[in-house]
Design a protein around this ligand. Structure first.
Ligand SMILES: Cc1cc2nc3c(=O)[nH]c(=O)nc-3n(C[C@H](O)[C@H](O)[C@H](O)COP(=O)(O)OP(=O)(O)OC[C@H]3O[C@@H](n4cnc5c(N)ncnc54)[C@H](O)[C@@H]3O)c2cc1C
Length: 386
């Protein structure tokens, strides 16, 4: 149903083979227990996929973003959940582009081998929400270290990560001309920090996502762990966002394909009123519509990934790709439940689990409203609303 001979077919086939070791019942058991898919993440690490974007000189695969996106799409298409580890790919960008040679030499080989996991991204806070410039966590310089105090929320995978990319304010908001200035990025070693003021508290959510609240009670961070220049952290985080959008969008395309395949297969085989339900256009059309929406979104994902790889401006395309792909996945999820009738709600069909998982991408890592706002203001030149 989906052409396996397209770009990066070899990667897709290998990822699919690995994913077949982790069928639905593996994910169902984890979901029930709200447990982390350690075996799955270890298998991906050992096969080198989580080091896809790390240059070869540091022990990674040195692959381009479209290849990494193809691997993430395939994970979702096989019914697995890349959310357990996708952050390592997109967080990496800040270290790769803005880290010093010393920082890269110190951390990247360990991350590439799986010895150190860089899975936690500490940006969102309870009171700031989408307005990142309003974050309140502060890092105060104290000799050759910074002292961090504050709180993050929705820091996913913090319990399963050794390192965190942390955004904190180093200059008070009232002392900078632009509110996005005065924020700095740190590579925080959570193994040390847990012994010195860092507390992690899990948050249970409607899907199994290993997300947490993180509290910083005067946590010391060596000054050498500051990424780039002090006060310029917001732009470092922004520079990684297009890659993040593309990777998440590719995951959403994988989800959409999974729902469409599942629905089409079921519609052919389920017989009611002495004929397959897929013979009814009331069942056929939503599947066909989902397929068309997914294919259109997929084109935008490929376009955004190609522009990113060519080093061209791609904010517009990356944002549109993320929104269109997330919408296509959500439309397909809804359609798939409807196609399955009552069985769509049964755990063993995996549909209700994937339905809950894919809903997230309407909100995180950026919500649909904020993408529309970006397009309105930055592409269509409409007046700023905030
Ligand atoms: C499961 C999960 C995992 C996450 N993982 C991470 C992570 O690892 N690291 C991290 O830093 N963050 C993470 N997040 C946070 C995520 O990025 C935020 O939830 C998201 O950016 C939205 O922020 P918020 O929840 O505070 O919503 P709010 O900012 O409070 O917004 C609420 C609603 O209002 C809308 N809204 C707000 N302002 C405007 C406006 N000006 N115009 C129109 N609509 C507006 C939003 O679109 C949204 O629909 C995660 C979130 C979840 C739920």
């Amino acid at each position: 149903m989906f052409d396996p001979s397209g770009p990066y077919a070899d990667i897709r086939q290998e990822v699919a083979k690995l994913c077949r070791q982790f069928p639905g019942d593996y994910w169902q058991a984890l979901d029930r227990e709200a447990a982390y898919p350690t075996t799955f993440v270890n298998a991906l690490t050992e096969a080198g996929y989580l080091a896809a974007l790390i240059p070869e000189e540091y022990g990674g695969a040195g692959l381009p973003l479209p290849a990494a996106a193809a691997s993430m799409e395939e994970i979702q298409l096989q019914g697995c959940n890349g959310a357990a580890c996708h952050a390592q790919m997109y967080i990496m960008g800040a270290l790769l582009r803005h880290g010093s040679t010393g920082q890269k030499a110190r951390y990247l080989p360990g991350i590439a081998s799986g010895e150190a996991r860089l899975q936690a991204f500490g940006v969102t806070e309870p009171t700031s929400g989408t307005d990142t410039s309003a974050l309140r966590t502060v890092a105060r310089r104290d000799g050759d270290r910074y002292i961090v105090s504050g709180q993050k929320i929705w820091t996913s995978r913090a319990e399963h990560s050794d390192l965190m990319l942390l955004l904190a304010r180093t200059t008070p908001k009232d002392k900078v001309t632009k509110k996005t200035d005065g924020l700095s990025v740190f590579l925080l070693d959570m193994r040390a920090a847990k012994q010195d003021g860092l507390t992690i508290k899990p948050i249970r959510t409607m899907m199994n996502h290993s997300t947490t609240e993180v509290f910083f009670d005067d946590v010391p961070v060596p000054a050498e762990n500051l990424i780039g220049e002090e006060g310029k952290g917001f732009r470092y985080i922004l520079s990684g966002m297009n890659a993040e959008r593309v990777l998440i969008a590719a995951e959403c395309i994988g989800d959409a394909k999974w729902f469409i395949r599942k629905a089409a297969d079921y519609a052919k085989e389920r017989t009611v009123f002495d004929r397959p339900i897929g013979q009814n256009q009331g069942i056929q059309f939503p599947i066909a519509k989902s397929y068309a929406s997914m294919r259109a979104a997929e084109l935008m994902v490929h376009k955004a990934a190609a522009l990113f790889e060519a080093g061209e401006l791609c904010g517009e395309e990356a944002n549109m790709a993320k929104m269109l792909a997330a919408d296509a996945a959500w439309e397909a999820a809804n359609m798939c439940v409807q196609t399955h009738g009552g069985f769509g709600f049964a755990e063993e069909y995996d549909i209700e689990r994937k339905f809950r998982e894919t809903k997230l991408y309407q909100v995180a890592p950026i919500s649909t409203n904020l993408i529309l706002s970006y397009i309105a203001e930055h592409v269509l030149d409409l007046p700023r609303s905030y």
